[in-house]
Design a protein around this ligand. Sequence first.
Ligand code: FES
Length: 413
Amino acid sequence: MYQEQTFVKYVRNPELCTNCQFCTTVVSCPSPQRCIGCSSCYLACPYEAIEPIKDNSPRKTIRIYVDGKEFHVPEFITVKKALELVGFTFTKFPEKDKFFSPCETGGCYACAMIIDGELKPTCHTPVRDGMTIITDISSREPLRIVKGFQPHPVGGVGTPWWVKRKGHYIEVACFAAGCNLRCPQCQNYHITYDSVTPPMTPKEAAKMLTYYRRKYGVDRMAISGGEPTLNRRWLIEFFRELKRLNPDKKARLHLDTNTTLLTPDYIDELIETGVTDIGADLKALRLETFMFITGITDKNLAKKYLETSWKAVKYIVDNYYPDKVFLGIGIPYNKAFYPTLDEIYETGREIAELDPNIQVVVLDYRPEFRRRNIEYPTVEEMLKVKRILEDAGLNVVIVQTRIGHIGPGNIKY
Ligand code: FES
């Protein structure tokens, strides 16, 4: 039996709501008739106009069957919440014998189980009386929301700067919904918080990306997000299929990631599967800055993510770079993140110690999502950051600016 407890529901604050419709067009409410406290709309609202309140309204007890065993839980909660109430544990960093729910917004399907015969995210599905839940999903093809299949003239952090050809497409990419971070200035929030788009299997996504490769005559195929690494099985099967469909030597398989979940065994598996290029978006060097940029408020979790991401780039450099894998490192920049530029210099030193020739791309973070009050970095600011990183010993620094990318030798492309 579950313990009696207070439930939460989310309500719209009309004073803050701008009627932007994000919570209805990008977020799919799993239970419009009565809030189940899934928090998707709360996490996604760009204006923070959705607020949690206590929900003590009466609720009946219903039966659910988890792997054949009967449990009694309250109605109008998510499947994930129901499972927690009966003793299952969900974590924000993968742990053996625990369930993983990194995004909580119904996009990544890392928390998915077979619910009444269908693979559905537990964080985004309401319980119902008589529901059957099967926790082992190995018999099913994994799913994930992926969208935005399109060609790109520039590429990402893990695209070698020298392959860029002004005015030509060089890469096709797709974007996975769901992220484990909560960056208040998320630069891709329309994809990150999407729970409306129907999910795809890895085979479907790989086939679609391959179609785009052929259509646009490029060799590079990328996945970005959101955060692609959240659903490990999906991602590995996606790259495996992509490799199968693109066995030629020219094909490059590119992963753009925040690296917070990339443990050595995960990196090994990705590379065995065929990944050739990794764009590692390191959010910061210092913990306080990391927490400010990512919006992660749990200090232990932030520390775990930060340490994992730096260890990941070190592991890639020590074991795979540059022969087996091309590595690019991304650094977000906005002066709101850095009261002084000392940390930028330290970051440059840290990377230069790994290898001074690693490509580093500094991304000019514009005002977006919940941080619309920050200023869009100027070209001069970005060039200053570039000089600081070069002074720290880095040889290949590219800055993304509002007039385009400026690379080594101040070449603009
Ligand atoms: S944690 Fe449930 S879909 Fe991502």
